[in-house]
Write a protein that binds this ligand. Structure first.
Ligand code: ASP
Length: 318
């Protein structure tokens, strides 16, 4: 069966590279890494890698993970500062360390040890957006409660109020890639600069295996974008794969995992999106919001195709 790759819509800049690798006989794992790397390098994407939007203090902190559905190998990095190639670092965590997740100073130390190029990830454009949204000096004077009420306001209003959005989009995002190669191996990579203006050291769902990323050759894979704390608390990516294991189609599995979020008591309840693929390479994607898309390309397609996500509304979001 020809290889196939799916991604969140911002993966459009990398999906063709992944498919070319599969066409040359490359593995699903190599494909998702190659494509994610391109998104991390894309200066126009303020949600991933270089030029990502920073945390509360103006520092860009990256989260990323990779999972190989063959043998359930996985690696993740969280709150990585000063290096762009978060997904490559996640792969080296998986390959070289007896750990599956490293964070902060340890992650930066490991990046330097393996020779990744250090880079200042905060671009003038991302810094200007940050300064417009978060007056860090004032917030430090008035303290944490002012910060959290500001964050609450931003989360609550970002979807509907252009003042809080970045180019019409909420101030968060992530890239998801899932690939299935000709041998039937499935791999999933996720990378993000996280929730903009987050508290320093905050780690979202993206590097947490089972929350924002899960892949198992026997059943399929899933990955999330949206407010990571929701996916962490419901183990959303793992749920999708488990539901397929117990017989649901990819569409039902995605919808059921999304409806599970209704149990959350969460004042910051916000948008959630999931992409998924079953073990045969069938893709699907859902979102709590209207008008969202994802991207699909298989080896026998000449170009990627943007497809609409099925909308699954959360009761409390209306
Ligand atoms: N899931 C990411 C996080 O919580 C952000 C996003 O995808 O919007 O860090």
């Amino acid at each position: 069966m020809p290889g196939v790759v799916i991604a969140s819509a911002n993966g459009i800049v990398g999906i063709e590279a992944a498919v070319r690798l599969l066409q040359m006989g490359g593995t699903a794992l190599d494909a998702v890494l190659a494509s994610t790397r391109l998104v991390e390098a894309n200066p126009d994407d303020h949600t991933v890698g270089f030029s990502g939007l920073p945390n509360m203090l103006g520092e860009v902190e990256l989260d990323a993970s990779v999972m190989d559905g063959k043998g359930l190998r996985a690696g993740g990095v969280g709150a990585l500062i000063g290096f762009q190639d978060a997904v490559d670092l996640a792969r080296r965590v998986m390959d070289d360390l007896p750990h599956s997740l490293i964070t902060g100073a340890g992650a930066a130390r490991f990046a330097a040890e393996i020779g990744l190029d250090p880079r200042d990830l905060l671009t003038p454009e991302a810094e200007a957006i940050w300064r417009r949204r978060i007056d860090a000096e004032r917030l430090e004077q008035v303290g944490r409660s002012a910060y959290f009420s500001r964050i609450s306001e931003i989360v609550g209003r970002s979807a509907s109020n252009a003042d809080f959005a970045v180019d019409g989009e909420p101030p968060h995002g992530t890239v998801n890639f899932i690939a299935r190669d000709r041998a039937g191996n499935i791999a999933c990579a996720v990378s993000t600069s996280g929730w903009a203006w987050k508290y320093p050291g905050r780690i979202g769902d993206s590097p947490v295996i089972g929350a924002g990323n899960y892949a198992d050759n026997r059943w399929g894979a899933a990955a999330c974008t949206g407010r990571g704390e929701m996916a962490q608390r419901c183990c959303t990516a793992h749920s999708v794969v488990t539901f397929m294991r117990f017989g649901m189609s990819i569409d039902r599995a995605l919808e059921t995992a999304m409806r599970d979020l209704n149990a959350l008591d969460d004042p910051y309840l916000s948008e959630m999106n999931i992409v998924g693929m079953d073990r045969d390479g069938n893709p699907a994607a859902v979102s709590t919001a209207e008008g969202k898309s994802y991207v699909v390309m298989s080896e026998d397609m000449s170009e990627p195709e943007l497809r609409p996500r099925t909308v699954v509304r959360l009761d409390k979001l209306g």
